[in-house]
Design a protein around this ligand. Structure first.
Ligand code: CUA
Length: 328
């Protein structure tokens, strides 16, 4: 942190400068017009003051040129703000395809984070510099908001659904993490730190953690694979028993379009898979019977994210489902 008091937090992500530029523009436009109006109010008040009790003001007819001027200029400015803002919003909401996938679960009053390699952390987030990081987030209880001022990044974390956001840190160092949505008594203590490291150090950290060689833990997709067996998902989605296809195969599913019973189609993303586990009747896949039971209350948020990581993992290797079948 540059100083004890700074108007703006440090800029430490690839989008920070762009966010600030838009912000400066909005502030400049506001300050300019606020000052202009302020000065004109005083100027006209003095200029057109009533000079004697008998003075009668002249009627005003209006002026088309003036009308056009104060319509076109604000319209143009509003369109610049819209175009600029939309462009930036688009960049901020779509993670690059090579981004690291991290999972975040918020609860009263802590942040739980899991790395794709399996390492978990609480109220700390270690990331490599110069690498896009995508966060898929949900909450176990109430609405929280994941806010990293130095990255100019803030996203609500909502129970019952996934929100995603991304950033690319540009400067090694430590930055603040805040919860930016009032979430109960200890909301103000739901804070943490972001540690941006050189890629080599990050690799080192993944292996060793904060202490000397603490084990990294299970990768989410490995835990997901175990859940897939434990919850007997494999019975119906493992490819079929004796030629009976009870449920659709999940091989290569992630990110693909799925044809539904009602004629619509959806993209199989995190939210779709989550919904299909908790509320299987919501979106029935064309050609299958409504026989899947709900897993509401049986799998927690972390478990759901692990199952999703597992299903995503055999999007990469379609043979995975074949292996699973072979294990039966
Ligand atoms: Cu969580 Cu405020």
């Amino acid at each position: 942190m540059q100083s004890e008091f700074a108007l703006f937090p440090e800029k430490a992500s690839s989008l920070a400068a762009r966010v600030d530029a838009l912000y400066y523009f909005l502030i400049s436009v506001s300050v300019f017009f606020a000052s202009l109006i302020f000065v004109l109010v005083i100027y006209f008040a003095v200029k057109y003051r009533r000079r004697s009790a008998a003075e009668q003001p002249r009627p005003i007819e209006g002026d088309l040129r003036l009308e056009l001027l104060w319509t076109i200029i604000p319209f143009g400015l509003a369109m610049i703000m819209f175009g600029w803002g939309a462009n930036l919003y688009f960049s901020a909401s779509r993670a690059p395809s090579d981004a690291l996938n991290l999972y975040v679960v918020g609860k009263q009053w802590m942040w739980k984070i899991q790395h794709p390699e399996g390492r978990r952390e609480i109220n700390e987030l270690h990331v490599p510099v110069g690498q896009a990081v995508k966060l898929t987030m949900t909450s176990e209880d109430v609405i929280h908001s994941f806010f990293i001022p130095a990255f100019r990044m803030k996203m609500d974390v909502v129970p019952g659904r996934y929100t995603t956001t991304w950033f690319e840190a540009t400067k090694a160092g430590e930055y603040h993490l805040f919860c930016a949505e009032y979430c109960g008594t200890k909301h103000s203590q739901m804070i943490g730190r972001i540690v941006v490291m050189e890629p080599v150090q990050y690799e080192q950290w993944l292996k060793n953690g904060n202490g000397p060689a603490s084990p990294p833990g299970e990768a989410p997709e490995v835990a997901g694979a175990r859940l897939f067996q434990e919850q007997r998902c494999v019975t119906c989605h493992g490819g079929g028993i004796a030629g009976v296809k009870l449920g659709p195969s999940l091989a290569g599913l992630f990110g693909k379009s799925v044809q539904l019973q009602n004629g619509e189609s959806v993209i199989a993303d995190e939210s779709y898979i989550r919904e299909s586990i908790l509320n299987p009747m919501a979106k029935l896949v064309a050609g299958y019977q409504p026989i899947m039971p709900t897993y509401q209350g049986q799998i927690n948020e972390e478990g759901l994210l692990q199952l999703i990581a597992y299903i995503r993992s055999f999007g990469k290797t379609a043979e995975h489902a074949e292996e699973t079948r072979a294990e039966q």
